[in-house]
Design a protein around this ligand. Structure first.
Ligand code: NAP
Length: 320
């Protein structure tokens, strides 16, 4: 199957930018749909990429933008919803996946790549995040055939320079002398965003991937405690890391889900009860240690430089 033109949903996000760049470099013509074009003008430097402001939840809009596209890539996902009952997750994951599949069928799109998550399933005890991710993925794989060749990807946590994994820990560690670690024994196989983008690009025209679901895991398994400890070490922070017992993690989630920006929620807590590791072992090659020190150390230098500049400005102002 020859793919020349691709429409990407979620192409402005952390993973999306890498996927879009990789597709651009492969010479594909890429149309990225976004809610806010102005915020993503930097992507326009890529010669084969157009950024279009669109309401992706509107079926007519999807039909319009999918016309004469060879493939669609759906990367949209949320970790938190506005409410608490799962409706936001259902809307962003399941309903959108259905609309995307329907619009693909109506417009004769033959190829669909869909982003899910490791641990996604429809099990009763699971988080809304994992349940709706699972439902969306199963819908795509079940109902795409025979007109559309669909492939789904199920990554563990993803790292890379703009991630919200190591960067988030680094931000929190910078301000907290004592750091409570919720779910310290939860396990992950962090996968590099460049590997994820590579897998999407490689699958596009690969017949063997049609109808498949792929788990994406990096080469090592880390616990939550390992990840926080590693971040603190890299940044040179001496912090007291406090592993929280389960009841305290649940309490923390119940309280923090009412804080601005929902830094941690009951749903996040529930999704951390499922280990995010591939049963078949590693499926992607890049080690954390080959990438993360570069961007965390770089930020550290930047922060120190900013500190020097602030201090210099303060001294200048204080000098009569
Ligand atoms: N990052 C990870 O560690 C990880 C791990 C496993 C799975 N995943 C999955 O990988 C995908 C990409 O993750 P990411 O980290 O790149 O996420 P991200 O940085 O938050 O980007 C999400 C993208 O989805 C779009 N989007 C978000 N909410 C939307 C909504 N309600 N309606 C319409 N568009 C919406 C945004 O587009 P605009 O703002 O431009 O409209 C944005 O481009 C998601 O499906 C996520 O579940 C991520």
């Amino acid at each position: 199957m020859k793919i020349d033109s691709v429409c990407v949903l979620g192409g402005t996000g952390f993973v999306g930018r890498h996927v879009v760049t990789r597709l651009n470099n492969a010479g594909k013509h890429v149309r990225v749909l976004t809610r806010r074009r102005e915020r993503n003008r930097d992507l326009l430097v890529l010669p084969n990429v157009e950024i279009v402001e669109a309401d992706i939840h509107d079926p007519a809009t999807l039909r319009h933008h999918f016309a004469e596209r060879d493939a669609v890539v759906n990367l949209v996902g949320i970790l938190n919803e506005k409410g608490f009952r799962g409706e936001g997750f259902r809307y962003a994951h399941v309903e959108l996946a259905r609309k995307v599949l329907d619009a693909c069928k109506e417009r004769g799109v033959r190829r669909l790549l869909h982003m899910s998550a490791l641990g996604a399933d429809q099990g009763g005890g699971s988080s809304h995040y994992l349940r709706t991710k699972g439902e969306a993925e199963n819908h795509v794989l079940t109902f795409a055939r025979p007109e559309i060749a669909a492939t789904t990807f199920r990554p563990s946590v993803i790292f890379g320079p703009e991630d919200s994994l190591f960067n988030r820990f680094a931000t929190l560690l910078a301000i907290a002398p004592v750091f409570p670690v919720a779910c310290p024994r939860s396990r992950f196989a962090p996968v590099y965003v460049g590997d994820v983008a590579e897998r999407f690009a490689a699958a596009l025209e690969d017949r063997e991937s049609f109808g498949q679901r792929y788990n994406l895991c990096g080469p090592e398994v880390w616990t939550m405690m390992d990840l926080v400890h590693y971040t603190a070490e890299l940044r040179g922070y001496r912090r007291l890391l406090l592993p929280l017992p389960d009841w305290a993690a649940r309490l923390q989630a119940t309280i923090l889900q009412f804080a601005p920006g929902k830094p941690f929620s009951r749903d996040n807590y529930l999704s951390l009860q499922v280990d995010s590791v591939c049963p078949e072992g590693p499926t992607c090659p890049t080690h954390v240690d080959a990438i993360v020190p570069d961007y965390l150390a770089h930020q550290d230098r930047q922060a120190r430089l900013q500190g020097f500049r602030r201090e210099a400005r303060r001294r200048r102002r204080a000098t009569p």
